[in-house]
Structures are given as C-alpha cells and as structure tokens.
Design a protein around this ligand. Structure first.
Ligand code: SLL
Length: 161
C-alpha cells in the first residue's frame, strides 16, 4: 500500500495491571498458594478497546505459569490470573493487517503489593504509579504508539477516531 511520506500519527495507549488480595473466596481452580488475583491490560486512555489498530496482544507470563504465552485476539485486550508473586510480563502488540506495522514489545512489571515510586511526587506524569487505599493496587503507564509514514488506508483508520 502507498505510504504517506513525512507523516507520523501518535495514538495514546495505556498498559497496566490491577491486583487484589484474595480472601477466602478464590476462583475454583486457583492453587492454594495463590494469594492475589490480577488483571493486565492494554487499552486507550479512556478505556477504548483499540481494536481499530490492534489485532492481538500476547502476554508472556512467568514460566511458573502453565501455558505462559497467552494470546488475546479480541477486545478487551486483557488477561486475568491468580498468583503469589510479582514478575515482568512481556507484552507484545500485533497491529491490524491494514497497518502493515511490525509488532511492538515491552515489559510491564506486575504489581501485587502496595508500593511507592521513589522518583514520583504527587501528580507526577509519565510512568506514573498509583496505589489505592483499599488494599487494591494499580500500576498504570501512559504511553503512545507512533506510526511513521502510515499507508493511506491505515491513515483513514487512525484519523477516524
Ligand atoms: C518471585 N521472581 O520470586 C518472582 C517470581 C512468580 C510468580 C514470581 C504463580 C505461578 C503458578 C505465580 O505467582 N508466579 O501458577 O504457580 O517473586
């Protein structure tokens, strides 16, 4: 497809995880040593599902998990699991065919426990980190995907939003 030279289009995305300590109520198949239930997600800054640009998201979990490579090929691009430990999740985003773009890959540190970012002050922007009062934990990062010289069809998709 014909590419539009000298043009870049940036789309905001967020990636992050939420986590909750489980009480006595656990999913039926959760191993006894699992203490937390968590969800990792990729979405738009207002919760949009981004399926106009994303075909699938592959979450590669710690090798202690059975079938650690989890592919989510429909929105919402998120995965919920239980576990006991924090680890780095490899997140690989595959874009829709029309984009003609290579996948992008990055790591998200799964947070289960309340914590503070020593570098952040209140209201800090970029790679910000939030932990809430009710023992729920969230770690959310704002980012953007930049499409350089998008092809004409994909450009129409990008500006349609
Ligand atoms: C740690 N380096 O020691 C980390 C590893 C692994 C987390 C954390 C459950 C896996 C399962 C799970 O939470 N693994 O289903 O057995 O803290």
């Amino acid at each position: 497809a014909k590419r539009i030279k000298t043009l870049s289009v940036a789309r905001p995305i967020i990636h992050g995880n939420s986590a909750k300590k489980m009480g006595d109520v656990k999913p039926p198949n959760a191993p006894v040593e699992h203490t937390h239930i968590w969800t990792i997600f990729v979405k738009g800054p207002n919760g949009e599902d981004l399926s106009d640009i994303i075909k699938s998201v592959v979450f590669k979990l710690h090798e202690t998990y059975p079938n650690p490579v989890r592919t989510v090929d429909a929105p919402p691009f998120e995965l919920t699991e239980t576990g006991w430990g924090e680890f780095e999740i490899n997140v690989k985003i595959h874009f829709v065919e029309a984009a003609g773009e290579k996948p992008i890959s990055f790591y998200h540190h799964l947070r289960l426990h309340e914590y503070r970012n020593p570098l952040a002050t209140n209201g800090a922007t970029g790679g910000n980190i939030v932990s809430t009062k009710n023992a729920d934990v969230e770690s959310i990062f704002y980012d953007e995907v930049v499409f350089n010289e998008p092809n004409e069809d994909f450009f129409k998709v990008l500006i349609a939003k």
